[in-house]
Design a protein around this ligand. Structure first.
Ligand code: 5GP
Ligand code: ZN
Length: 113
C-alpha cells in the first residue's frame, strides 16, 4: 500500500488527529494555509470526486456534517469557513486519496488562485 493517506488512516504514519469515527479521520494539515486547516479523510480509499459512487453518498454527506460541526465548535460558523476538495492537475490535487480541506480563521480569497 503506497497511499500516504491510507497509511495515516491506518495509524502507520503519525498525524495530529482532531476527530475519528468509523468513516472518517480528520487531521491537521502539515502545511497549513489558514489558522484552521484540517483535512477530512474518508477511511475508504477513493482517488478523488471522479471515483465517488452512489454507495458513498452517506459518507460524503456525513463528512460535510462533521466539517460543519467542527467549524461551529471552533467558533467559525458565523465568520465563515471553506470546505474544498481538489480534483486532478489544474485543481492542484497532490494526494490521490480523496480529502476535503476545512479552512477558516482568515478572509479567504475568491476566486481562488
Ligand atoms: P491536495 O493538494 O491533494 O488538495 O492536498 C494535499 C494536502 O495534504 C496538502 O495541503 C498537504 O499539505 C497535506 N499533506 C500532504 N502530506 C501530508 C502528511 O503527511 N501529513 C499531513 N498532516 N498533511 C499532509
Ligand atoms: Zn488511500
Amino acid at each position: 500500500m503506497s497511499c500516504i493517506f491510507c497509511k495515516i488512516v491506518a495509524g502507520e504514519i503519525p498525524a495530529k488527529s482532531v476527530h475519528q469515527d468509523d468513516q472518517l479521520v480528520v487531521i491537521e494539515d502539515i502545511n497549513p494555509a489558514a489558522p484552521l486547516h484540517l483535512l477530512l479523510i474518508p477511511r475508504k480509499h477513493i482517488a478523488n470526486t471522479l471515483d465517488i459512487v452512489p454507495e458513498d453518498d452517506l459518507l460524503i454527506g456525513h463528512l460535510h456534517r462533521v466539517a460543519a460541526k467542527i467549524a461551529t465548535d471552533r467558533g467559525f460558523a458565523e465568520s465563515g469557513f471553506r470546505l474544498v476538495t481538489n480534483t486532478n492537475g489544474d485543481a492542484g490535487q497532490s494526494v490521490f486519496h480523496i480529502h476535503f480541506h476545512l479552512l477558516a480563521g482568515r478572509s479567504l480569497a475568491w476566486p481562488p488562485g
